[in-house]
Design a protein around this ligand. Structure first.
Ligand code: ATP
Ligand code: MG
Length: 333
């Protein structure tokens, strides 16, 4: 069966609705037809300064949210990136086969480094896409379900894989394909509907966090920025705020945008927001109960992650040995 890999950074206590609708729901549905590996990419999170105890908590919390969303450890491999040393090892190899200029063209690096200044920006943030390429290539991954913001990083992973195949022979690396579902590929910030909803956003007010107090969530939806005029119509260019709310509404209820436009024809933004707040809160309540269940028993969660790491390591070792051999590194006896 074809292979899937994807991951999220434990850079916050909670994932947000963009992570959930843009990636996590697709992870869950793809488990049926693919061999999937879902990873908490804690090494990536080191690019953001975090208190060590907090990072540990967030790593467990992220894994618990994968499980609560429906990632099934009986079918998919669920693990923590730092438990499989091969990720960092392959990243080094890939960094030696990537141009400095090529890496410098990554827009996420440009955006994030512009925000933090040159001294606040680590070399790790610059090489981040190569660690991500290593995550993917390490498992001979065919398909990578991510949000739109990761398209360029995926393209870099593909280029590096193709380069290895050209330099060291076909079959050195599998060239991955992105899996980006257009309707929900980019969920926007509620306060700034031209910016993507992000864990690292400057203000929390535009983010819907899956682990937030439902009262706070409802309030944030009711105070979402809407657009000039009063018509409830899906028009991402002219009406980005309302369109974002319609996207979220449709994705969480399984209803079509057209049906929602029909239902809200002639009604006000206030009605839409009030109803959406209810939909989101109804979704969050059982989700949060499941997350708490997993976090109440960290020993069981850690066992599950250890089991996942063991399965991932076996696959990773095989790929890394193949790549090392192709590159001419002397096998250890
Ligand atoms: P950060 O701001 O720290 O980079 P993030 O919110 O982008 O955090 P990541 O852990 O980097 O979260 O991304 C995890 C997954 O969620 C990726 O597949 C990414 O494409 C997807 N994703 C992130 N934000 C959104 C969004 N607003 N809409 C859709 N998908 C998203
Ligand atoms: Mg991100």
């Amino acid at each position: 069966r074809p292979r899937i890999f994807s991951g999220m950074q434990p850079t916050s206590d909670s994932l947000h609705l963009g992570n959930y609708l843009g990636a996590l729901t697709n992870w869950v549905s793809l488990q049926d037809d693919y061999d999937a590996l879902y990873c908490v990419v804690d090494l990536h999170a080191l690019t953001v300064a975090t208190d060590p105890a907090l990072l540990r908590d967030r790593t467990r919390s992220t894994a618990a949210q994968y499980l609560a969303a429906g990632v099934d450890p009986a079918r998919s491999i669920l693990f923590v990136q730092s438990h499989v040393a091969e990720h960092a090892e392959l990243a080094w190899v890939l960094s030696c086969h990537t141009g400095f200029g090529e890496a410098g063209r990554m827009t996420q690096f440009k955006d994030k480094s512009a925000r933090h200044g040159s001294d606040g920006t680590s070399v790790g943030l610059f090489t981040y896409p190569l660690l991500m390429a290593a995550d993917i290539l390490l498992y001979d991954t065919n398909l990578v379900p991510v949000g739109e913001d990761q398209r360029q990083h995926l393209e870099l992973s593909r280029n590096v894989a193709q380069r290895l195949n050209a330099r060291f022979g076909p079959g050195t690396a599998v060239v991955p394909e992105p899996h980006i579902v257009k309707a929900t590929a980019k969920i926007y910030d509620l306060q700034d509907p031209t910016a993507k909803m992000s864990k690292s956003a400057a203000s929390p007010n535009g983010i819907i966090e899956l682990r937030d107090d439902p009262k706070v969530v409802a309030k944030r939806i009711r105070s979402a920025v809407t657009d000039a005029g009063r018509e409830i119509r899906f028009d991402p260019e002219g009406k980005p705020g309302v369109s974002n709310l319609l996207t979220i509404f449709a994705a969480l209820t399984g209803r079509s945008i057209e049906a929602l436009e029909g239902e809200y024809a002639g009604r006000g933004y206030g009605d839409l927001k009030k109803d959406l707040a209810e939909v989101v809160v109804d979704f969050l309540a059982p989700f949060q109960t499941r997350v708490s269940g997993y976090l109440e028993d960290p020993a069981t969660l850690d066992d599950l992650l250890a089991d996942g790491a063991e399965r991932a390591r076996a696959l990773a070792r095989e790929t890394l040995e193949r790549v090392y051999d192709r590159l001419g590194l002397l096998p250890a006896r």
